[in-house]
Each structure stands twice: as C-alpha cells, then as structure tokens.
Design a protein around this ligand. Sequence first.
Ligand SMILES: NC(=O)c1ccc[n+]([C@@H]2O[C@H](COP(=O)([O-])OP(=O)(O)OC[C@H]3O[C@@H](n4cnc5c(N)ncnc54)[C@H](O)[C@@H]3O)[C@@H](O)[C@H]2O)c1
Length: 436
Amino acid sequence: MNISIFGLGYVGAVITGCFARGGHRVIGVDTDATKVALINAGKSPIIEEGLPELIAAGVQTGQVSATTDHAAALAATEVSMICVGTPSKATGELDLRFVERVAENIGAVLKTKASRHLVVVRSTMLPGSMRDVVIPALERSSGKRAGVDFGVAVNPEFMRESTAVEDFYHPPKTVIGALNDADAELVAALYRELPAPLIKTRLETAEMVKYVDNIFHALKITFANEIGAVGKALGVDAHEVMRIFCEDRKLNLSPVYLKPGFAYGGSCLPKDLRAMTRLARARDVSVPLLDSLAASNERRVRDAVEWILATGKRRVGVLGFAFKAGTDDLRESPIVTVIETLLGKGFELKLYDEHVSLARLVGANRKFIEERIPHTSRLMVETMAEVLDCEVILIGNQSAGFFPALAKLKPEQVVLDLTPNAKPPATPARYERLCG
Ligand SMILES: NC(=O)c1ccc[n+]([C@@H]2O[C@H](COP(=O)([O-])OP(=O)(O)OC[C@H]3O[C@@H](n4cnc5c(N)ncnc54)[C@H](O)[C@@H]3O)[C@@H](O)[C@H]2O)c1
C-alpha cells in the first residue's frame, strides 16, 4: 500500500520504518522541517533501537520519503495514519488541537481527490473523539461523508519507547475500530503477518482500550510500589513477594476479577485489606492506592441504592444476596448493605437466595443470619417466583435460574444487575447493569 504518516514523532517515525520494511511505500509528513530533512537523509529523527537501519534502508530503496507538503503526500497515497501528539491541557483535559488540524488539512485535499481514501488515527484519543471531533473536521473540510465517500478507522498504538521496533513486530494485540467492515479489513491487511490477536470493534471501544491499558499499567506500577514500601517497612522481601504473586496465573495475572460488576465483599477481601492498610499506617507507610479501594467499593454500594431510589418504585425483589453464587456466606456481602439501607428507607423487600435459605435451616451460618441480619432474614421468600412480582428486581449473584426467570417479567418492571454478567438476558423489563 501507499501510506502517508502524519506526525514523525516516536510513533510516526517507528511505523514509517516498519511499514516500509513490510513492503509498503511510506511518505512521512511533519510540520517540523528538521525531522523531514533527517528522514530524507536516511536518518532516524528519534533515538530508538533498530530504527536508524530501517529508515536508512527504506530511503535507499525509495520506499521511505518525507515532506512538509501534506497535499502532495495525500495525492500519492491511499491510506493516511495520524500520529500527531495528543497532549494534556493545563487542566488535564485532552488537547486534540493537532489531530483536528491534521484532519482539516486532510479533508481539504479529499474534497477534490477522486479515489477513495482511508484515514486512520493512531494517536491516543478519548472515546468519542473520532466521532465527535475528527470525523466532523474531515467532513467539514471535504464536504464528503465518512464511511461512505472516505473511510475512517481508529488503530491505537501499543508500542513502548526503547523497544518500539520489536513491539511493532510483536504487539500484544492489534485493535481496529471502524465504521464499516471494509475499512477495518483494509487496516487489518497491514498487520496480517503479525503474531498477535487482531480485534475489530467499534470506534469508541478501540479508543477506550488504549486508555484502559495505560491506566492499568499505572495501577500495576503503583500497586507494586505500595506493596514494596510495606514490605520494606516489615523487613519482608517485596521482590520475592511480587515474584510469587506473578506466578499465580489463575487468580492474579488473569481475567479473573476484571469484569465490571459490583462491590467486592465476603469474608476475606474487606478484612484483609483493612488489616494490611492498618498495619501500613502503624508503620508510617503511606499507601494511598490501597487506602482508596474501600472508599471506591462503598461508592458502588451507594450507587446501587441511589439507582433504586431514582426509579421512584418501592417494591424491591432481590435474587441472590450472598456475595457470590454457590455460597451461603453473608459476611460483608455488599448486597446485604444495599438491602439494609433500603430497609431503613422503608422499602418493601422480598429476598430469595437458595443457598442462604438452606443455611437458615441447617447450616453453620444459621446463627449469623439470626443474630446479625435478623431483619434481612425475615424478608426471605422460599421461591424465586415470589420475587418476580416486585417493581424492581435486583440480581445479586449469578445463581443458575436467575437470568432465565427474567423472561417472565413485564415491561413496566426494572432490573438492576449487580453481577459481572456481560450478556444482557432476554427480558421484556427495563434492564440495566450497575457497572458496564
Ligand atoms: N510515544 C509513545 O510511546 C506512544 C505510544 C503509544 C501511543 N502514543 C500516542 O501517539 C501519539 C503520538 O505520540 P508521539 O510520542 O509520537 O508524539 P511526538 O510528540 O513525538 O510526535 C508528534 C509529531 O507530530 C508532529 N505534528 C504536529 N502537528 C502536525 C501537523 N499538523 N502535521 C504533521 N505533523 C504534525 C510534530 O511535529 C511531532 O513530530 C500520541 O497520541 C501519543 O499519546 C505514543
């Protein structure tokens, strides 16, 4: 393909060299004449292992060139990749000024370009930026329609500086957001040979994935540092601790606990987090990330209560209130907190949980139920059907049978799903998840 790359910084320079090695003809475009001159002289404009060789080889074979003339670059190519900076404003807000300007420049040329052109954004942009800023800029200046007269796609970049060339050939994944499949396919063709999952999705999803990745990386580093600080204060080798932690691919480095749903609870997580943060405090170790977890968790509990209050309905049925399916353990169940709050506000409640019912009759948990949550236990009903006539249905855990039962509801009923369920169940009722 003939590709024009807008922005010859860390991202643009690397993909210029790499796409050229892949057999494509690449024209780099930058407003910075020094970077353009360096590339045309066969030199890399940035320090990056392996890149000088790729640029030198590309210039020698004629596959790489650079220019400050965007119109000439657009005329000679059928795909453009926008790799300009997306810095922060002083307020922290994302500054899309450079991306918007490039989009306007590209659009002005597309106005008179007869052949179909594809505009791909590789710069990191918040969800909605493509649809609300870039596409309008392209359409404004071209007088043409995105997805119809020209193609658009979002293709976030996952490389890391210093290993960028290696990362280009071994990316963790390739993500392509597009308005239609033909445009996504054209972008996909550029990465077909790479040994990585190729994911086609919506524009906004592709935009958001990049942020979630980077935020999670920041979270991991902060987490490891706080564990390190606590370990140091306790005389425990935190490197050894984290090495062992990382060996657990079942629960730690895995998709487990990474699905949006509801607050954590149960007999271990709240208690153990409290004990560790209390110990850190006692040793004068500041752990703001660990300290923030309980507050964030409580916020989700309040969200659930506020959501139910906002429905204006008073009769609430709860399907499952042990903190997860398959247990009768009610200790620190966040759903019990929601129930108790609603009870305090005079709501009419019916609760169903098969495992808790059983425990009330025979289990060791009977004492806990009778002594610690007597009001809650009195609201329990014996069948799921008794809950299904309530105005609001709260799904508290993923016990078998809860989702199929929602098919029997009426359109005027509302369902709030607190579970990490990703697939909306079939129901005529209004259905919403608390998170996600
Ligand atoms: N640097 C990284 O490791 C990395 C990794 C993944 C994603 N990203 C994202 O990629 C984007 C680019 O990052 P970067 O580090 O390469 O930025 P950079 O600042 O190194 O390069 C941006 C380039 O764009 C050029 N430019 C600005 N306006 C232009 C215009 N109108 N026409 C042509 N060129 C123009 C600038 O002169 C500069 O050379 C950002 O959104 C960034 O968040 C960066």
